[in-house]
Design a protein around this ligand. Sequence first.
Ligand code: FMN
Length: 424
Amino acid sequence: MASLGLTRQVNTSVIEFPVVRPRRSPSFGFNKNRVGFRVLAQGAEEPDLSVTVNGLKMQNPFVIGSGPPGTNYTVMKRAFDEGWGAVIAKTVSLDAAKVVNVTPRYARLRAAANGSAKGQIIGWENIELISDRPLETMLKEFKQLKEEYPDRILIASIMEEYDKAAWEELIDRVEQTGIDAIEINFSCPHGMPERKMGAAVGQDCVLLEEVCGWINAKATVPVWAKMTPNITDITQPARVSLQNGCEGVSAINTIMSVMGINLNTLRPEPCVEGYSTPGGYSSKAVHPIALAKVMSIAQMMKKEFGDKDLSLSAIGGVEKGGDAAEFILLGANTVQVCTGVMMHGYGLVKALCSDLKDFMKKHNFSSIEDFRGASLDYFTTHTDLVRRQQEAIRERKAIKKGLQSDKDWTGDGFVKESESMASN
Ligand SMILES: Cc1cc2nc3c(=O)[nH]c(=O)nc-3n(C[C@H](O)[C@H](O)[C@H](O)COP(=O)(O)O)c2cc1C
C-alpha cells in the first residue's frame, strides 16, 4: 500500500509527520497526498472521532485495556453500551485452574501526605494474574457478545506457555467465537513469568521471535503484541513482533513496582499473610513513562515500517481526553484505559470523547488523522538540542548587532536594517 504522510506548514518551516493506516487494511504510515489540515467552518459538523485500525472500524479511539474492566460478559456489555470504541477482554489461557489469585492484590499511592486516605489516587499496584475463569466460560461470553454486538470490536487477550501446540489451540478456540482481533500479552510482570509466560517472552527477543512466528502462522485476524516497559529498550521487542507478522503493538503494560513498606508492621504492601511480591504499577503516575515508551516505538515504526499497514495502541495513565490526545500526537491509533475505568467507571468514555472533541475544535482538527503523530518530529537528541540552541543564540546576537559592514545594506530591507541597529 502507498505510504501515508502529512505535510504541515508551521510558521516558516515545513514539518513532516506520521499519520495512520491498515493485516489486512489502515495503519502506521505517512500520507504524502495530504497537505494541511481541514479547517472546521463556523457551525460545521462535530469533529469525527471514528478510526479504522488494521481494518477494524471503531466509533472512537478509546479501548478498554485488558484487566478487570473486561473480565466477564456483564462488564464488557456495559462497556459497549457506554460507547467504548473497542473492548480488550481480560487475558485468557488454556488452563484457568493453574491461575490462583490472592487478596489483597491491589495497593494504591495517594498524592496527599504519606498514609492519608484522602489524597487523589495517582498510582496503582496490582499483583493480579490473568483471568482465573474457565476458558470455556470466557469463550461462550465472547461469542454471545459478538452475536449481540456484531458491529462492535471485541479483542481477545491471550497468553500461553512456551509450547507451539498450546498457542495454536488457544488461537483456534478464541477465533471460533468471532472476536475481531487478538492482543498477545507478552508483558504480565508477575506470577506468569514463573511459568515462562508474559514478560518472560516479551523480555527475550529470541523467544519472542519464535512465539510470534507460531502465532502469526496460525492467526487469521489482526494480532497486536503487548509490550512490557520492564526492559532497557522497548523498541527491540516491538521491532521483533512487527518483523514476525504482528499487525500492531500495544504499550505499555504495568511497570514493575513495590508500592511501599508499612512503617508500623514493617511488612511490604500489598501484604498477603505478612508477605508480598513485586507487582505492576499503573494509573496517572505511569503516564509520563508510557509517553516516553510510546514515543520511542512510534519513532522506530515511522523510520523502519513507515510504509506498512501497522498500528500502535497506547496505554498508561489515561483519565482525561488530553492524556489520549498526547498519545495520538505521538502517533498512536488507539488509546487503552484500564485503571481509569476501575477508578471512574465505564461512563468515563463520554468525558474522554468530549475532552478530545474540545481539543480538536480548539485546533480545527476534523479527524483523528488530522493530528496523529503531529508532535513526534519534535523529539531529537540532546546533542541536537545543544546545536539548535547555539544556532539560535548566534542568530539572536546577529540580529542585535545589525549589519556586519556597510556593504551589507540592501535597498529592499533598508528600514528593517536601520531598526536592527537602533537602541530603542
Ligand atoms: C488490576 C489490573 C489487572 C490487569 N490485568 C491485565 C491482564 O490480564 N492482561 C493485560 O494484558 N494487562 C493487564 N493489566 C494492564 C493494563 O491493561 C494496562 O496495560 C496497565 O494497567 C496500564 O494502563 P492504565 O494506567 O490505564 O491501567 C492489568 C492492570 C491492572 C491495574
